[in-house]
Design a protein around this ligand. Structure first.
Ligand SMILES: NC(=O)c1ccc[n+]([C@@H]2O[C@H](COP(=O)([O-])OP(=O)(O)OC[C@H]3O[C@@H](n4cnc5c(N)ncnc54)[C@H](O)[C@@H]3O)[C@@H](O)[C@H]2O)c1
Length: 272
């Protein structure tokens, strides 16, 4: 008779340390980053919540503490290399290691091609794509030293397929992020470091309420229109993204790297 593999006796992410950039939320409610922090903590990880807005990071850390989890809140802007370094140093000083690097920060910029200035284009590239290069350059050497690590990048279905929003820099930055994720996966596989991306589709989050609602007459019309596009007939939530992140960060995904995983209620099936 063959032997059964050991049954896990601890939560999926017990004793892991997760460093989450963009772990606050840009408004009331559960965004992708805030939900991921809480979901990682529920899976047993200690969380370093980093956000440009200190109060947003503190709010997430507070939510985790209420449930008996462990978290610290830091403020850092991912467009600033020195700020990222300081956050990484503070994370290591607090918890001794970084097992999970979660890059959630992302912004949109809607506008006709002729209205996009170079400054606007560069800003989106800087925040959505170059920032991930910055955090990875700082954290990967630590993971190499540790002998293992996991990177989870929050991309977008817009990185793989075009939707009707006029957001050229967003499309391009997220496509770049998908490809960057695959390059990291290949280059660092020999070091036992995995890198995957999640591509959320139509999610109902504070970010959408702020950055996309202007494309519609009001929030209700936006909700109806976005849900109608999705085969499952509804928008997703930050928790849908967070649960996928916990899976990808855990040993359940030990042989999964270089994947750009749609979390989209089937929307990507319609793109082809
Ligand atoms: N909501 C959706 O429908 C949807 C769909 C596809 C992809 N996404 C992706 O999900 C991610 C964001 O999701 P969310 O719901 O957590 O958004 P959110 O806006 O609620 O949270 C992002 C956090 O990042 C912080 N932030 C912004 N700029 C920063 C910077 N320069 N440095 C550090 N922190 C900064 C904000 O303060 C905010 O707290 C983005 O990468 C976005 O592209 C969202």
């Amino acid at each position: 008779m063959i032997a059964l593999p050991d049954r896990p006796s601890a939560p999926k992410l017990a004793d892991r340390v997760a460093l989450v950039f963009g772990g606050g939320a840009s408004g009331p409610g559960w965004g992708n980053g805030k939900s991921a922090c809480v979901a990682y903590a529920r899976a047993g990880a200690k969380i370093v919540v980093v956000d440009r807005v200190r109060a947003a990071a503190e709010d997430t850390a507070h939510m985790i503490a209420i449930e008996g989890g462990k978290a610290i809140a830091l403020s850092a802007d991912v467009t600033k290399t020195a700020a990222i370094s300081a956050a990484v140093e503070a994370a290591v000083a607090q918890y001794g290691r970084i097992d999970i690097l979660h890059n959630n920060v992302g912004i949109t910029d809607m506008g006709a091609l002729e209205d996009i200035t170079e400054a606007r284009w560069n800003k989106v590239m800087d925040v959505n794509l170059t920032a991930v290069v910055r955090t990875c350059r700082r954290v990967i050497p630590l993971m190499q030293h540790q002998g293992k690590g996991v990177i989870v990048n929050i991309s977008s279905l817009a990185g793989a397929a075009i939707n009707r929003y006029p957001c050229y820099s967003y499309f391009a930055s997220k496509a770049g992020l998908n490809h960057l994720t695959k390059a990291l996966a290949v280059q660092y596989a020999p070091y036992n470091i995995r890198a995957n991306a999640i591509m959320p589709g139509m999610m109902d989050t504070p970010m959408v309420q702020q950055q996309i609602v202007g494309q519609y007459t009001d929030a209700e019309a936006m909700g109806r229109a976005r849900a109608a596009q999705v085969p499952m007939g509804r928008q997703g939530t930050g928790w849908d993204v967070a649960h996928a992140a916990v899976f990808l960060a855990s040993d359940d995904a030990a042989y999964i790297t270089g994947v750009c995983l749609p979390v989209d209620g089937g929307l990507s099936c319609l793109a082809g």
